[in-house]
Design a protein around this ligand. Structure first.
Ligand code: IDP
Ligand code: MG
Length: 150
């Protein structure tokens, strides 16, 4: 067991459907502590940097559009970014989030309950959660300044 911090984003489908509170409820119910949160307007540059490991995937262009709110009419393309902390937080949040593909996600998870696959094949899965400690460290630095994490 290790005390870890992990990055969460409530993606534009979650924002549009007013699921932000539900996401926070489930993460807090899992025993995680909130240590940073803010509303962010996602630039093309930030989106590309966040998902740079996926830049050669066929779904990458639409993924950038998705995370920037272009499919959800989120005026201002605002999403909520947060850092949660806890014992084995990275794995724990991934478990609460569920599998990447919402059709394969357990129905008890956030993605299994609220995710969908669009007719164009985009996975709309409500939240982002860091995948491993290296990603968590990189992503937290990308989205937050050190003094924003309490
Ligand atoms: P993760 O979000 O569970 O870590 P990643 O493989 O890192 O999954 O992919 C990032 C995001 O890209 C996913 O959350 C999902 O929105 C989208 N995505 C991943 N794989 C596919 C796919 O095969 N088709 C469409 N969208 C995908
Ligand atoms: Mg990932």
């Amino acid at each position: 067991m290790a005390l870890e911090q992990t990055l969460i984003l409530v993606k534009p489908d979650g924002a549009k459907r007013r699921l932000t509170g539900m996401v926070f409820d489930r993460l807090e119910a899992a025993g995680l502590d909130l240590c940073a949160a803010k509303v962010v307007s996602v630039t093309e540059e930030l989106a590309r940097e966040h998902y740079k490991a996926l830049s050669d995937k066929p779904f990458f262009p639409n993924l950038i559009r998705y995370i920037r709110g272009e499919f959800h009419d989120i005026r201002k393309n605002k999403i909520l970014a947060a850092v949660f902390q806890g014992e084995d937080a990275i794995k724990l949040v991934r478990k609460v989030a569920g599998a990447t593909n919402p059709e394969q996600a357990d129905p008890g998870t956030i993605r299994g309950s609220f995710g969908r696959i669009t007719t164009e094949g985009q996975f709309e899965n409500v939240i982002h959660a860091s995948g491993d400690p290296a990603d968590a460290e990189r992503e937290i630095k990308l989205w937050f300044k050190p003094e924003e994490i309490v």
